[in-house]
Design a protein around this ligand. Structure first.
Ligand SMILES: [Zn+2]
Length: 249
């Protein structure tokens, strides 16, 4: 059987005023993050895993929140590991987000810096040309600013369609990382496990087991909300979600 990995999807790391500009629902405390990195037995990036053997634990961060700089240091200092950071060039160096110089430093630490599109808008709501711009300009901007190759796209909100996959191939993305929960072995699209504010470290560590209650509940939840998205459309779905969860978007 092909080796399976868990691709974890983190956002901001920290608490209270460290979380400005992020969705608190998706944040994870610094204590819990340090504990997880210490206990996970090593971690790697999708970037390394798609070119070599898959790591058991793959760590990714979406949105480029400023707290991700500290997270990168923890990963490097604790187990010498690495991770992927999906960023939006149009929010880089704005308040509460990583700056280009921090990203350059993270690149020097061995971190993988990748595209989360240009503006953090839903790709599935766009025309082909608009999507092309989001994918092409974000890739080129990161490459020009940091002098590295962008090989992975994570669509904002996990929303993508057939056009996205076609454009990824056309524009030289070697991999697409989405928000559907599940394990990943070697396919072009990786599913991920979302980490929430109330997630326990034990739940994350248990994801590698054959039957992980945390992963199973995410898959069930995704199926239910997936139906909600197709019935209500992205915008009204987000309004309903924010009313239920009280989080920002
Ligand atoms: Zn995002």
């Amino acid at each position: 059987m092909m080796k399976q990995s868990i691709v974890y999807m983190f956002h901001a790391i920290g608490s209270d005023n460290e979380l400005l500009g992020s969705d608190p629902h998706y944040s994870f405390s610094l204590d819990k993050f340090e504990q997880f990195i210490r206990q996970c037995g090593g971690c790697g990036s999708l970037k390394d895993s798609i070119s070599g053997g898959a790591d058991k634990n793959i760590i990714t961060f979406d949105d480029g929140h400023i707290s991700n700089f500290k997270a990168a240091q923890i990963i490097k200092d604790t187990n010498g590991g690495t991770a992927d950071f999906f960023i939006n060039p149009n929010t880089v160096s704005t308040p509460n987000f990583l700056s280009w110089s921090q990203l350059q430093e993270m690149n020097g630490m061995g971190m993988s810096i990748q595209s989360h599109s240009l503006d953090h808008l839903y790709l599935s709501d766009m025309t082909m040309d608009e999507q092309r711009r989001q994918l092409e300009v974000s890739k080129k901007t990161i490459e020009d600013k940091l002098g590295l190759e962008v090989t992975i796209l994570a669509p904002p909100g996990g929303r993508f369609n057939k056009d996205t996959i076609q454009l990824c191939h056309e524009l030289g993305y070697k991999h697409l990382s989405v928000s559907e929960p599940g394990k990943w072995s070697s396919s072009y699209i990786s599913k991920r496990v979302a980490v929430y504010q109330n997630t326990d470290v034990e739940e994350l560590l248990g994801c590698n087991k054959i039957l992980s209650p945390y992963l199973i509940s995410q898959i069930l939840k995704y199926r239910i909300t997936g139906i909600a998205k197709s019935v209500f459309g992205n915008r009204s779905y987000d309004l309903i979600r924010s009313k239920i969860l009280g989080g920002s978007l």
